[in-house]
Unconditional design. Structure first.
Length: 326
């Protein structure tokens, strides 16, 4: 569950709430995910309701191979609704008295639309074991290197209220990360990451300067900037934000409960006008295996079909923290 309040100083509301569910099953190398989100944007009360459903499958799950490849898809249903009466157009404004005139804009008969689309993605993970030799250099730590690519709005369709002349651009997301777990009695890991997003003429880069898991705490510092701007006078520097989370593990129930808070500080010229973004998340997760793992194991046992499970899980849902001790 997630709630986001964006740009608190702006008189209009920019709030988004979402609920998501996903599960990974090691026995079948498959995953399922569902997500519903609703948001309100601006004075026009632009309401957006999204429903996403997806699946994933992984290949090369053969121990002790250091490589794992996962690919997935996501069905997207987007519904938008706008209140034309709350919009203010330029011909309504007087330079001194403000909004005193009547606009010549004729509102369309329809104030909503619904569309569907598809997203595709793939992730490649390479596990480098501690002590691995590269020429004359021995790696002193375990390291998981990950690269991924996703394409949203794969089917180019119009998403306008008035006409369908302009199609929505595809959104490309390229991401990578390096994660190494701590050794010994210390439970945790450190991660560095980067996410590059491009859609049409606009692009954004987000850098995870440092993200650390020190059980029961989760800490992170991130930086984001625009790679392109619509106006040359605008700074590309956008924001710096941090994440603080607390997790508690219920070993008997094989569950983990995490509370997470993030704060986004705007560092561009808009810093005095936006008041940044606040976000709160509550995460309930299965520590070992997916939610249906017990049921699948029971069915497999009844059919007397067995399969060896590697000691090292390259695609553990905990993001490479399978060796952590709680």
């Amino acid at each position: 569950m997630n709630g986001r309040n964006q740009w608190g100083k702006v008189p209009s509301s920019f709030n988004t709430n979402s609920v998501a569910f996903d599960t990974w099953e090691n026995n079948t190398n498959t995953a399922l995910s569902f997500m519903y989100s609703t948001g309100v944007e601006g004075e026009g009360f632009l309401r957006t309701n999204n429903f996403f459903a997806g699946g994933a499958y992984r290949l090369f799950d053969v121990f002790p191979s250091p490589v794992a490849w996962q690919f997935g898809f996501q069905y997207q249903n987007i519904a938008k609704q706008i209140d034309w009466s709350r919009l203010v157009f330029s011909d309504e404004l007087d330079p001194y008295l403000g909004d005193i005139y009547t606009s010549n804009f004729i509102a369309p008969l329809g104030n909503s639309y619904n569309t569907s689309n598809l997203a595709l993605g793939t992730v490649l993970t390479y596990h480098i074991k501690r002590g691995a030799k590269s020429r004359r250099f021995h790696l002193p730590i375990d390291l998981d290197v990950e690269m991924g690519l996703a394409v949203h709005n794969f089917i180019r369709r119009s998403n306008g209220f008035i006409n369908d002349i302009v199609d929505n651009n595809r959104k490309y997301t390229l991401h990578g990360s390096m994660l190494w777990p701590f050794k010994g009695n210390l439970s945790g890991a450190i991660k560095h990451s980067a996410v590059y997003v491009n859609q049409g003429l606009l692009s954004t880069l987000q850098v995870g300067i440092a993200e650390a898991w020190l059980y029961p705490l989760h800490l992170g510092l991130f930086y984001r900037q625009q790679m392109t701007t619509l106006d040359t006078d605008l700074d590309k520097y956008e924001s710096v934000y941090f994440i603080f989370g607390y997790q508690h593990v219920f070993e008997r129930n094989n569950l983990g409960l995490t509370f997470s808070y993030s704060r986004d500080f705007t560092v561009s010229e808009l810093s005095a006008s936006t008041s940044g973004t606040n976000e709160i998340s509550i995460i309930i997760e299965s520590i070992e295996g997916g939610i249906f793992s017990g049921l699948l194991r029971a069915k497999r046992h009844q059919k007397k079909k067995y399969r060896s499970i590697p000691c090292y899980s390259k695609f553990n849902t905990r993001g490479g923290l399978s060796n952590m001790k709680f």
